[in-house]
Design a protein around this ligand. Structure first.
Ligand code: 7TS
Length: 428
């Protein structure tokens, strides 16, 4: 048995696709939908859609306010969702889990609250050249406000973090290392445990942008010793509008509130207020009640399958796609070998713009991929390109869908090949 065939035993059953109405619906007339844009946002199973309907039909009211039955019910479900998230990432305490709008909101919360209270002129924030704009722009803004300086860890030739340079850049001025656990463009899995150990030894905190890892591989904040961790519900089968900021209790306790308003207060007088205890201190206003409860249903769904099993499934798909794509002349894969990445592959084609590419894949083959800079413009600039095409996988994708992508790529190649060379490999 070949290695690829042996690996197939790690694939999840295709029957789980039946849980996802949109995959079996009529999005595209006459052809099945191949959804390979999961790094941007995933689809939802019926279990999550049902959970949303159930809350609105039976349990909905504002939380932490009324003493009436519905408010008690929705509050209980909302707090159960917090406990579910705590378990997912193995946080020590439930109140270390803050509900936000998403990864972007979570990182901005830390940059505003912790950043403004702690960063001094000349102190350093160490981030990397592969970050999503969500883990760059808030730090650029914090640097503008505080006079702190941003430094960036460069890449190795194959698109991994250059840990030798990380060691060189980390110094006694570094206050925070802000790093993605998985790059949304390269797919690279970064060595978070090593980064936290080294950062802590140098006296710096670590914020992990885990938007692309929590949905795809097991997360344990106590083991990794991350100080802050941010991720989004909509990238893990949950609704949009909800995300998580995990923070260590002592850090969150010491941070000033970010947004002010209802729920985040202890006492309010006309001339002063006191903040509430955690987690309410960071949840001003009406929180994302239904999205949080539905996110809990998404976590149930993922845990019933097993996050490790999902990771293995994606490893098989990525291996298959990587092997096939590497054999296509004129196609350049961004990022490292499959063993260093999760389930996504970005690539560029000489002569064909990513947008044209994605358009044909969608219109003629029903394959939804993302084209553009994927909110990693500095990384694209560094790689000498303005855009790339990205196929990103999740638990419901299949090897047959990868074949469909390859079929589409071959057709696009033939379509855009110079006259007289159609249907032949493009050559160098
Ligand atoms: N960080 C990473 C690594 C991401 O991939 C994303 C979203 C974010 C932060 C922001 O998450 P949000 O939920 O607050 O929007 N990434 C993508 C993407 O790759 N394509 O569309 C969104």
């Amino acid at each position: 048995m070949s290695a690829a065939a042996a690996n197939h035993s790690a694939l999840l059953p295709e029957s789980l696709r039946e849980d996802f109405p949109i995959l079996n619906g009529d999005v595209l007339e006459g052809q099945p939908l191949v959804f390979f844009d999961n790094a941007a946002s995933t689809q939802r199973p019926r279990q999550v859609i049902d959970a949303i309907r159930r809350v609105y039909e039976h349990d909905y009211a504002n939380v932490h306010r009324g003493i009436h039955t519905l408010s008690e019910r929705s509050t209980e479900l909302y707090e159960q969702a917090r406990e579910k998230v705590r378990g997912l990432i193995n946080a020590e305490k439930r109140h270390e889990v803050i509900f936000t709008q998403g990864t972007t909101a979570s990182i901005n919360l830390v940059a505003r609250s912790w950043g403004d209270a702690n960063l001094q002129p000349g102190e350093e924030i160490l981030t990397t050249v592969m970050e999503h704009h969500s883990n760059l722009v808030p730090w650029l803004q914090a640097a503008e406000r505080t006079g702190a300086v941003l430094r960036h860890v460069p890449l190795t030739e194959d698109g991994r973090l250059d840990m030798h340079q990380f060691d060189n850049l980390l110094n006694e001025r570094t206050q925070l290392v802000a790093v993605a656990s998985v790059s949304n463009t390269l797919g690279t899995i970064n060595p978070i445990d090593e980064i936290t150990a080294k950062a802590h030894a140098a006296g710096a905190l670590v914020l992990v942008d885990a938007a692309q890892s929590v949905p795809h591989m097991p997360t344990d904040v106590q083991k990794s010793d991350a100080d802050f961790l941010a991720f989004s519900g909509h990238k893990m089968l949950g609704p949009s509008g909800v995300g998580i900021l995990y923070g260590k209790e002592n850090l969150l306790d010491a941070m000033p509130p970010f947004l002010g308003g209802g729920s985040m207060i202890g006492e309010v007088h006309l001339d002063r207020f006191t903040p509430a205890e955690l987690p309410a201190k960071f949840e001003a206003g009406t929180p994302p009640i239904v999205p949080a409860i539905a996110m809990s249903a998404a976590i149930d769904y993922l845990q019933a399958i097993g996050i490790e099993a999902i990771h293995r499934h994606e490893q098989v798909l990525t291996g298959l796609a990587f092997e096939a794509l590497s054999q296509i002349d004129g196609l350049r894969i961004l990022g490292p070998a499959p063993e260093h990445r999760t389930g996504l592959i970005s690539f560029v084609f000489e002569r064909i713009h990513a947008h044209e590419f994605a358009q044909v894949l969608n219109d003629r083959f029903g394959v939804a991929v993302r084209a553009g800079h994927h909110c990693t413009q500095p990384l694209h600039t560094l790689l000498g390109i303005s855009a790339s095409t990205r196929a990103s996988f999740y638990l419901y994708n299949t090897p047959a869908e990868i074949d469909r992508l390859l079929e589409g790529i071959a057709a696009v190649q033939a379509m855009f090949a110079p006259k007289g060379r159609r249907r032949r490999k493009s050559g160098k």
